[in-house]
Design a protein around this ligand. Structure first.
Ligand SMILES: [Zn+2]
Length: 350
């Protein structure tokens, strides 16, 4: 495996999503000295190497959580989130797909906010373009968003009260301030998920709800795909949570875990199609995902017309197969991405 002295300056060799990921087979994979940042037990194994990046994905022998070792520096991480990651002028995908994303998002929001009192105060941690928050503001909720970079919130609805800072802890919301905190596909991007969950517990009212969505590292899709799994999204995903490890972490941080939802139209169907393409073709990793992005990378634009046609055909034909597989996975309680609700226990109950 190639080892680089630093990750700085490597992005130009790669697009956002096409770094190859391979299973670590050569050399010693055992890392008995590593302490798991989630369960605190000692002992891990190196599982995946990332092209042009010095960190490996290592997996805890006890709780099965994966994390990047060594943890990338803030500078290296900032390089992985150029403006194009969030979409230009607030639009991330092709306009037709964007319509679909917003339609599914709107329906989803009604479900998300069902336990929040009318007019309640909701925080979205890592709110990005604020699609969820705009829908929540339409329904009369007081909406707050936290982001690390101002460029990420360009085009956000003016009703959303945004705070920008290096971490959730740095923006210092008052104690017991929110009725609900949403952490939607964000916890896996954060280098200190335990600290962030404890902070969320502090800013939630007792009895308030946290909703956490993450890729499920113990899912059928993750296990079938291996290093080809679309939702690995390396090196941006710093942590990879198996379902039970996430519930344990929530419990350790003062929440009573509630229901886990295993089915997601938005995330899980496409994951099957792109993971299969990553496994079975020699095309650059995640080519289909980049092809349907509004701002395509140069290497995707230069793909032969026939290849682009085949990729789009795989998309159209593969999504129904993905739907079938994901219904099966849901029945097995093994969704490719999951969201888990949790209620903030009062300090005396902890
Ligand atoms: Zn662990």
């Amino acid at each position: 495996m190639e080892t680089l002295p630093s990750n700085v300056g490597t992005l130009s060799r790669f697009s956002l999503y096409n770094r190859a990921v391979s299973t670590v087979t050569s050399g010693e994979t055992a890392r008995p000295e590593l302490v798991c940042p989630i369960c605190g037990e000692t002992g891990a194994d190196a599982r995946y190497a990332i092209e042009g990046f010095r960190s490996n994905l290592v997996v805890c022998r006890h709780c099965g959580t994966g994390w990047l070792e060594p943890m990338p520096s803030p500078e290296d991480l900032a390089e992985q989130y150029p403006t194009s990651y969030y979409g230009e002028t607030g639009q991330k995908f092709h306009p037709l797909i964007e319509l679909g994303v917003r339609f599914v998002g709107g329906r989803h929001v009604r479900f998300l906010a069902r336990r929040v009192p009318p007019g309640g105060r909701i925080l979205d941690v890592g709110c990005g373009r604020g699609i969820l928050l705009r829908e929540l503001a339409d329904r009369g909720y007081e909406t707050h968003g936290f982001e690390r970079f101002a460029s990420a919130v360009r085009g956000i609805d003016p009703r959303v009260q945004v705070r920008i800072g290096d971490s959730l802890m740095a923006v210092n919301y008052p104690d017991h301030f929110f009725d609900q905190v949403i952490v939607w596909h964000v916890l896996e991007h954060i280098p200190d998920p335990t600290d962030v969950l404890r902070e969320i517990h502090r800013v939630l009212k007792p009895g308030g709800e946290v909703v956490i969505a993450v890729p499920n590292f113990s899912s059928l899709q993750a296990r079938w795909s291996g290093s080809a799994w679309f939702h690995l999204d390396l090196p941006r995903h710093l942590f990879h949570f198996p379902h039970q490890a996430l519930r344990q972490l929530m419990s350790d941080c003062g929440f009573e875990p509630g229901t886990t939802h295993h089915f997601s139209l938005r995330q899980n169907l496409f994951g099957w199609v792109q993971s299969a393409l990553n496994r079975w073709t020699r095309l650059p990793r995640n080519s289909l995902y980049e092809l349907i992005h509004a701002r395509q990378e140069p290497h995707v634009k230069s793909l032969p017309r026939m290849t682009r046609f085949c990729l789009l055909s795989a998309f159209v034909l593969g999504m129904p197969v993905g739907l079938f597989l994901e219904i099966l996975a849901t029945l097995m309680k093994s969704g490719a991405t999951i969201h888990v609700t949790g209620v903030a226990c009062g300090d005396e109950q902890r």
